[in-house]
Write a protein that binds this ligand. Structure first.
Ligand code: UD1
Length: 337
């Protein structure tokens, strides 16, 4: 079976390529390298002893997307990671986000129909839930109004899929919680452009001396220690969920043409607990202080993982210290380059 991974050179995409190849799939990566590097291909090969095929393409461009599907006529399924993902930037340039994220989705689905490719896994996000009414959050919880164009593109993607799936295409949308960590070889990991927005890259860059100090956004939230709570998940666990989802589609075990699954650990950790885990697992001392709340942050969210466990037979394995220490090992390796 050959799977096309759009955005396969990125953080989650690259880890998913590794897990797919380890599971015996052939992989084709299509990526425009706008937020990643081609050398990721060499690193995937180093880890798996198998080189994924690669085509540089901007899938938001109809012609370039057609070219990918015409070049690789033996694709059986697609996992769609290619998207812009910076929440703040999406507020400044919303049209760029809608055009790119939804353009890619439409061009890919159009080609899947033309080439009779049935299996599709979409990269979605717990951001579709907004601030939860009750926790842990289930897949049946209401999707709230989006708070950013980025989040809106994830919601629209799910809604578009609900009308498009059926006889031609079956799809699974995986709603990720907060992916962190890196592969244990430290050969692949997260490579944010410029100043990181997300917590873990900011922590590792601060410990590495690239940033002066981590600002912890808010200490007066109604949580146990006053800081926000998230369900952090190891990127390798997350990558494995894609293999399981693709196999479910291929083996026609899906119960509906479009299914949604939460992909988290089911445990919430506060920002301070993450800092503690980082210091404990790495032996590094982190320079940090409290700062005002960040606009748009939700207070707390963690996943109900029962559906993924029962239906996918998938459960996250890695604990929080393994997440923070692997992120640090990746950062150390970057420093050496
Ligand atoms: C954000 C996005 C989410 C996206 C995810 C990617 C929103 C509302 N959500 O999630 O859609 O899928 O990134 O991983 O934007 N924090 C600090 N200091 C920092 C950075 C973060 O205290 O310098 C805190 C935040 O306030 C938050 C937690 O760390 O409580 C996690 O933040 P972050 O890593 O940015 O992820 P989310 O905001 O949860």
């Amino acid at each position: 079976m050959k799977i096309l991974i759009t955005g396969g050179c990125g953080f989650i995409g690259s880890h998913t390529c590794v897990e797919l190849q380890n599971a015996g799939f052939d992989v084709v990566i299509a990526d425009n390298l706008s937020n990643s590097k081609e050398e990721v291909i060499d690193r995937i090969e180093k880890i798996t002893n198998k080189r994924p095929e690669f085509i540089k393409a901007n899938l938001a461009d109809e012609k370039e997307c057609d070219e990918v599907f015409n070049t690789f006529s033996d694709i059986n399924g697609v996992i769609n990671f290619a998207a812009y993902k910076a929440v703040g930037e999406s507020m400044d340039v919303p049209v760029k986000y809608y055009k790119n994220n939804l353009g890619i989705l439409l061009n890919v689905l159009d080609n899947m129909q033309k080439h009779k490719i049935k299996y599709f896994v979409q990269s979605s996000s717990c951001t579709v839930y907004g601030e939860p009414d009750s926790l842990p959050i289930k897949e049946t919880s209401p999707v709230k109004d989006a708070t950013s164009p980025y989040g809106h593109t994830k919601q629209i993607a799910e809604q578009m899929l609900s009308f498009i799936v059926g006889k031609d295409i079956d799809a699974i949308a995986l709603r990720y919680f907060n992916p962190i960590g890196a592969h244990k070889t430290a050969l692949i990991g997260e490579l944010p452009n410029g100043v990181p927005n997300n917590l873990l890259p900011f922590i590792t860059q601060t410990a590495a001396g690239i940033r002066k100090e981590l600002k912890v956004f808010g200490n007066d939230y109604p949580t146990s220690d006053g800081t926000c709570i998230r369900d952090y998940i190891h990127v390798v666990d997350l990558a494995k969920a894609h293999v399981v989802a693709m196999n479910r589609l291929i083996n026609e075990k899906n119960k509906k043409p479009l299914e949604f699954f939460n992909i988290g650990t089911g445990h919430g950790y506060s920002v301070l607990e993450i800092i503690n885990s980082f210091e404990r697992s790495t032996g590094e001392k982190l320079n940090w202080s409290f700062a005002p709340r960040r606009a748009g942050d939700i207070i707390q969210i963690w996943a109900d993982t029962q559906l993924a466990e029962e239906e996918l037979g998938w459960k996250a394995q890695e604990d929080i210290d393994s997440m923070t220490s692997s992120a640090w090992n990746w950062q150390l390796q970057l420093k050496e380059e």
